[in-house]
Design a protein around this ligand. Sequence first.
Ligand code: ATP
Length: 236
Amino acid sequence: MTTLLELEDVHAFYGDVECLHGIDLTVDDGEVVVVLGANGAGKTTLLRSICRLVRTDGSISFDGKEIGNRNTYDVIRRGVSMVPQGRGTLVDLSVDDNIRAGGYVRRDKGVEDDVRYWYEVFPRLGQRRSTSAGSLSGGEQQMLAIARALMSRPKLLLLDEPSLGLAPIVVRQLFDVLAKICAEREVAMVVVEQNAALALGMAQRGYVLEAGTVAVTGAADRLRDDETVRRAYLGY
Ligand code: ATP
């Protein structure tokens, strides 16, 4: 396995306030890593650090290159894509325009094939391609946000609480689709998720953040058996 993403001693700052205090984290090619933690632990800030949306110290290397000194556009072009919390769909634009917007950094001729692929993966989006994104259900908007993020053909997809606000059955469908995408598109994922049981079921490894530091890390099945993780995140 090749290391795709490596964070070494990463500190993140909002103004003068430090919110991450020396994070070490790795993601291998094609690997799914889940990030758990209480509200305010720094999970979103971790994803924002990778996307260069927050100031950081330390080293962030992606695909063998240092990106800690790069801007967001550059990082997206190199193969990172993010589905932010709240999805960030362009609600006034059609489903089709949203999907195509995700391919804006691409210069190749495969965009049409990919649009077709995503309508096959998400037939409901295909049926509603001319509809404004704002009129979709929460689950459909989440699927749209994922398809849009993957239109740039990233090597790494960052997902911030994808199940938030969705009905349990929709959440299950969402994780099934994510597992399928991961296998078919060979994309690595970092998933910040409250639904720890489902996320650990899909992930190979996990990190638990506490107050801006890594409290526990390990293989997903080991984390499922860890007493602290069980009590705090799995509820048994
Ligand atoms: P949640 O699950 O509530 O989103 P989180 O684990 O994602 O929590 P972050 O949103 O990363 O946590 O927040 C980490 C810390 O950074 C918190 O103390 C938060 O108050 C602070 N913080 C987050 N965003 C900002 C901001 N824009 N300006 C200042 N402080 C911020």
